[in-house]
Design a protein around this ligand. Structure first.
Ligand code: FAD
Length: 396
């Protein structure tokens, strides 16, 4: 890879921090697309991100730009899983919130319509979703049920003639206040199974309130959602969803997306830290010339590169259709624990300036906490791995 990531690292060796020569694994066309998108993300998203993050506002003007580069449904439209993962990584490297907004729309809502929707739902919804003219959200978590949602979901769906009545509450729903559609997971009162329903956000009885005062992903509009006997047509049920197990394909793939985010987060921290220590002088020398500082940079890039190597193998497993939830959980847990170490070191390398978002690192540091806790917390993903390697489920 040859495109520089951070303007201040242009003159440094390995300006893009790719010590693994990943280009060799991509086709020339894929490599060109990755370079192009990386430049686009760095030029268009990164310079505005801190300001929008501080104001907790969503940069709507980015939507047509993202659509122009046909990023939604990327894997279907542009080749390998490795390229798709690297694009997700680069988007997060530019800004985590925009990466998360996009992942919710793409990996959770649009992918659900593609994989689990009817032919009619796909025909009606996909053109606008792919063009980002309409936005989607994914509502699984509830105020009283997070890690144990599959067991204790209280939102219900009751069939009433040609309609379903959805009743309940959801919490933390990314894009919840800006989406046109929310994929609501609810328990069918007839057979007690959890199923997915497309709820248009202008239906009577639907309300979404922005969650304020977040310390992470401040650009993402997370919502508390109330569904007060919302009536939707019977055709809004996703026919590919008959039990909670049907969420598995989505949650497996979205865990992989979030693991790629955890890699992008580490490269973002490394980019900022390396540029800062090259510039900042103490005791008459650049910080970068101190052995202890170099050890910390080595640990950061070592962590990031280890995470990246793991994700390259995940992409290989996806390519051969061998990826399971066990491996996705391993990737999400392992990359996010390395990410916490990496962004912590990065934050401290900036000293006091690591505490102010003016220097970007504080945003990266704080956003990492959301990655650590969503798409299954670190602990819940470890429990999935623990079950896989012991045969014993230790969830409860
Ligand atoms: C920024 C952000 C965006 C989000 N976006 C969405 C979204 O778009 N859609 C959506 O549906 N949800 C979303 N979520 C919700 C997210 O998936 C949940 O926060 C997550 O699943 C954890 O649930 P919880 O917050 O209820 O924590 P809890 O389940 O209450 O967990 C609290 C703590 O207890 C630990 N814990 C729980 N059970 C066990 C156990 N058996 N053993 C050991 N430790 C355990 C957890 O690991 C955690 O440390 C989002 C969350 C955040 C913060």
């Amino acid at each position: 890879m040859s495109t520089a990531l951070h303007p201040d690292t242009l003159a440094l060796p390995y300006p893009d921090a790719d010590l693994l020569f990943l280009d060799d694994l991509l086709t020339p066309e894929e490599s060109e697309r990755l370079h192009f998108l990386r430049g686009f993300f760095q030029d268009t998203i990164r310079p505005i991100a801190v300001d929008y993050w501080n104001r907790a506002e969503f940069p709507f003007h980015l939507l047509p730009l993202l659509a122009e580069h046909s990023l939604v449904g990327h894997g279907l439209r542009h080749g390998s899983h490795l390229l798709t993962g690297l694009v997700q990584m680069e988007l997060t490297r530019a800004d985590t919130s925009v990466g998360t907004f996009f992942g919710v729309h793409n990996e959770l809502f649009t992918a659900a319509i593609q994989a689990l929707g009817s032919a009619a739902q796909r025909a009606e919804l996909l053109p606008d979703l792919l063009a980002l003219r309409k936005l989607g959200a994914f509502a699984l978590t509830e105020p009283d049920s997070g890690s144990d949602i599959s067991r204790s979901m209280s939102t219900t769906a009751t069939r009433d003639g040609d309609e379903w009545i959805i009743d309940g509450a959801k919490r933390w729903i990314g894009n919840g206040t800006i989406a046109d559609y929310v994929l609501v997971w609810a328990r069918d009162t007839a057979d007690q199974q959890i199923k997915g329903f497309i709820v248009e956000t202008d239906r009577p009885g639907f309300s979404a309130t922005t969650i304020e005062n977040k310390i992470a992903l401040r650009i993402v509009q997370n919502a508390d959602i109330t569904l007060d006997r919302v009536r939707i047509p019977a055709t809004n049920w996703l026919p590919g969803t008959t039990t909670f197990r049907d969420t598995n394909i989505l949650l497996r793939n979205s865990r992989i997306w979030v693991a790629w985010q955890a890699v992008g987060q580490q490269f973002a921290a490394f980019d900022v830290a390396r540029a800062y220590v090259a510039e900042r002088t103490q005791f008459g020398k650049p910080l970068a010339s101190f052995q202890l500082v170099q050890e910390q940079l080595a640990r950061m890039i070592g962590n990031a590169t280890l995470s990246l190597s793991l994700m390259v193998q995940m992409a290989r497993l996806q390519e051969t259709d061998r990826l399971t939830m066990d491996q996705a959980a391993l990737a999400k847990a392992s990359c996010s624990v390395q990410m916490r170490d990496t962004v912590g070191i990065g934050r401290s390398l900036l000293g006091g300036n690591g505490i102010s978002t003016d220097y970007e690192m504080a945003k990266i540091f704080a956003d990492a906490e959301a990655i650590y806790s969503y798409e299954g917390t670190y602990e819940v993903n470890c429990l999935i791995v623990g079950r896989a390697v012991t045969g014993i489920a230790a969830f409860s």
